[in-house]
Design a protein around this ligand. Sequence first.
Ligand code: AMP
Length: 425
Amino acid sequence: MTLRAVKGMNDILPDEIGRWHALEAALRRSFELAGYREIRTPVVEPAELFVRSIGEATEIVEKQMFILKREEETLALRPEGTAGVARAYVASSLHGREAVSRFYYIGPMFRAERPQRGRYRQFWQAGVEIYGDPGPGCDAELIDMLVRLLEGLGVKNLRVLVNSLGGAATRARFREALGSYLRPYADKLSEHARKRLDDNPLRILDSKNPEDQAAVAAAPSILELLDADERTHFEGLTRALTALGTPFEVSPGLVRGLDYYTRTLFEIQTTGGEIGTQNALLGGGRYDGMIKELGGPEVPAIGFALGLERVLLALPAEPVAAPARVFVAPLGERAGIEALLVARDLRAAGIPTDADTRGGSLKSLLRRADGTGARLCLVLGDTELERGIVMLKDLKARTQIEVPRAELVARAEALLATEPGSPSA
Ligand code: AMP
């Protein structure tokens, strides 16, 4: 029986990896230019961490965590990155070292969701967390950076949604108001929404069910319940985004699947590429209460997480060209050792090189060289060894020259820098 990968968990094969590397490099570059430093936290955490930070009455904690029981411990594969970074921040007392910390991470997350295009059980997220800056300028800078980043990658038709969820007291008032508004419609709601009516009515705003959507269409807006401070913060954010020329829409119905958010909440969607119905590229917001909740001091925080698979779906599927390779083809045993030395020198100069170690006729070696997509093939036999030279074949330009062994690296570099077939090649 053939063994298959776990449902909703994908292999990323070498043919696809170029696009991943390019995306990861672009993300790292953007984050580092804006002062974020990478943090790597474990893929497994105590399940309790996610219950406390994400919230008990959320889909993720109720149904989607991959739980591992080991002796006395209940562990979970991380469903998102924020909780682990916050735990590390508190555990290592990073708040004592600097007033404002900016971290980024890239890594796999795990949620037992129903798999579909753009929704997997293992997926990759990149995200940042900023600790110690409470102001709306910080929120605006983050959203603006993300819009520029996605535009720079070539993602088309971006939609930036922003909302404010206020603080705990406002949220409690809104929960009351929304619950009272929706209760008379209870028999019109989906079964799932009816269940949420008492424990977490905000989640009904997020429902994809048409009956639920009809019921919440004229529901009260949380923006009307913000207190003076929260309103000033939200106005500060929208003013800054306007001044930066960052397009956005205020979306009072925006709620996200994690309970820890306070004040600013945002999501960036697209209709570009092959994205399909799972069109949220990234989501984020403030979570000013989490560090205290996890045993640290009161430190304001904001962050976001972007799904790498979704960004790749939204981008044109252009293959990323692999760098030109060199193939070293030795004829005979003595040349075999020399081929390994030649390959070592070429790699040390940064030239991607394969050395044949299987042996065979010149014809079969040249066929193998073609199979690797090599631009240059270096042929080395006993005659070449005795003369201290190497036969250098340009497989694309179909030319061949003899090169002294000592000049090999420089000549190969020069040839690789030219277009195949150009006069200088
Ligand atoms: P969240 O952590 O739920 O706020 O999601 C942030 C982003 O992560 C989303 O906008 C998606 O791009 C991505 N994402 C979340 N869940 C999944 C999933 N199951 N499969 C693929 N991407 C996901």
